[in-house]
Design a protein around this ligand. Structure first.
Ligand code: GRG
Length: 305
């Protein structure tokens, strides 16, 4: 992707620079928020940091910060929330990789947490990252339109048993079974879209956004989240394990329902592009101030890992 690009709405934006600077800032903030590797009990802090700093794309924090900017906010106010969603995301990956779930050996280009630290510590590292997320989120300020209570509820709902966990349950229970497109959509809405949508909403809240802006961010996040998972399913069958940093072809092996397995690759690509188009449409009310969000949505559609 070129350094400076025109967004679909014709705005010029340097996404590479945005991602590089925000990733560095998020990593520095996470490093400060988390207990050091030497803090007792050292094993758990090593395990938490191992997965958190294993080289994830930091897309959810980038979405928090980009949404804050679109609403006239700033990185300082949004940073605790950006770090909180990354902790939740990383916990979900650590647990998803466990033998009792997806049983994977590689994640983010490295051995999975349980392969390095053992299953017991990996379960606890996931638990601790989830708890850490709420501790970090509690450090953010309140805003006139959004109280602490609303912020914490937002995160709890997106990661709870009606959303993220519901999606994972449906995913596990659907393995090897015939799945309809509607059932697949149900899984994707919860397993993937809920946390991405929560990320942009939190960014907006940290900028004390208006109800109209929050609704636009919700529409955007919902559609980007769905597109994200369709692309993830496509990459699982088109890329190598080296490119992905995790085991490729796992969905087919586990007989998981995916868009490519139900509607084929070509139609899946069309669906991802359509969903991204719907995400762009939601940003109209920002009148050119959501360039970072636009660029991120396009990047996610065209990503190769
Ligand atoms: C265990 C509660 C629980 C939930 C697991 C995260 C998850 C739900 C399952 C992992 C597999 C999967 C396909 C999840 C959907 C979300 C997704 C595509 C995660 C990968 O996100 P990326 O590509 O990862 O942003 P990095 O490593 O770059 O952060």
């Amino acid at each position: 992707m070129s350094a400076t690009k025109n967004s679909p709405a014709g705005h010029s934006f340097d996404l590479q620079n945005f991602l590089a600077t925000r990733t560095e800032a998020v990593n520095a903030a996470l490093d400060k928020f988390l207990p050091s590797e030497k803090t007792k009990p050292a094993t758990i802090h090593k395990a938490m940091r191992y997965s958190l700093f294993a080289g994830g794309k930091r897309m959810r924090p980038a979405l928090v910060l980009a949404a804050a900017e679109a609403c006239g906010g700033n990185d300082t106010a949004a940073m605790p929330l950006a770090c909180a969603v990354e902790c939740i995301h990383t916990y979900s990956l650590v647990h998803d990789d466990l033998p009792g779930m997806d049983n994977d050996d590689y994640r983010r280009g490295k051995l999975t947490n349980h392969k390095v630290f053992g299953e017991g510590i990996a379960v606890l590292a996931g638990d601790a990252l989830l708890t850490q997320a709420f501790e970090i989120a509690a450090l953010c300020q309140s805003w006139p339109r959004y109280s602490h209570q609303e912020i914490i509820l937002e995160i709890a709902k997106a990661s709870g048993s009606l959303q993220l966990i519901a999606g994972q349950v449906a995913d596990l229970e659907g393995e090897g079974k015939k799945t309809s497109v509607a059932q697949l959509r149900y899984i994707h809405e919860r397993k993937t879209s809920a946390l991405l949508c929560c990320s942009v909403r939190l960014g907006g809240m940290s900028a004390n956004c208006t109800p109209g802006q929050l609704q636009a961010l919700t529409d955007f996040g919902y559609h980007v989240g769905l597109a994200f998972q369709v692309i993830d399913d496509i990459l699982d069958v088109t890329q190598t394990s080296e490119q992905l940093g995790k085991t490729a072809g796992k969905d087919t092996k586990a007989q998981k329902a995916t868009y490519p397995s139900i509607v084929g690759l070509e139609k899946s690509r069309k669906i991802a592009a359509q969903l991204t188009g719907q995400a762009f449409a939601a940003l109209k009310i920002f009148k050119g101030r959501a360039v970072a969000l636009e660029a991120l949505a396009e990047f996610l559609l065209k990503r190769d890992r």
